[in-house]
Design a protein around this ligand. Structure first.
Ligand code: FES
Length: 170
């Protein structure tokens, strides 16, 4: 199995893990799996299988148990994600106010299915559970920032502005 980190990343991972593990009792290292997965995602942008093995080693557990945790939480990405992650809420209030139409529109505009990333690596599109902003449905979030009372036109403007920002940075 290939190493998940470069030598420099490995050094950082080891250092940060030392700090994380110091917060847990010696016989409870397994409890550090969540912050360890956060660390990996912070460093790599996602969590490859090989990194789960590293996390398991540090937290004195098995890669299978790390995988169980990683697959349980939607905040962990088990495949490379786009520069921007768009989450569209499709729970009841958003659904009643056109979330499905919004989602279909975004799928068509971006040329991706749910959970996929655009070919240019700019956007990953996901369906999401209620974000607690039902009074302003339909709601989506981009990189954890809420966009409320969404319309197809607002979604178009949002995508275009993110594309323009990305083009400026090239
Ligand atoms: S149902 Fe969409 S924010 Fe609550």
């Amino acid at each position: 199995m290939a190493a998940p980190f470069t030598a420099e990343q490995q050094r950082r991972f080891d250092e940060e893990m030392e700090k994380i593990l110091a917060r847990f009792p010696e016989d409870r290292k397994r409890a550090a799996v969540l912050p360890a997965l956060h660390l990996v995602q912070d460093m790599l942008g996602w969590i490859p299988e090989e990194a789960m093995v590293e996390v398991a080693r540090k937290c004195e557990t098995t890669p299978e148990q790390v995988r169980e945790v990683a697959t349980f939480y939607v905040m962990y990405f088990l495949e490379p994600k786009g520069k921007h992650v768009i989450d569209v809420c499709t729970n009841i209030s958003c659904s009643l106010r056109g979330a499905e139409k919004l989602l279909a529109h975004l799928q068509e505009k971006l040329g991706v299915e749910l959970g996929e990333t655009t070919a240019d690596g700019l956007f990953t599109l996901r369906e999401f559970e209620c974000m607690g902003a039902c009074g302003n449905a339909p709601v989506l979030q981009v990189d954890s920032r809420f966009h409320m009372d969404m319309t197809l036109e607002k979604a178009d403007r949002l995508i275009e502005s993110l594309r323009a920002q990305a083009a400026e940075k090239k």
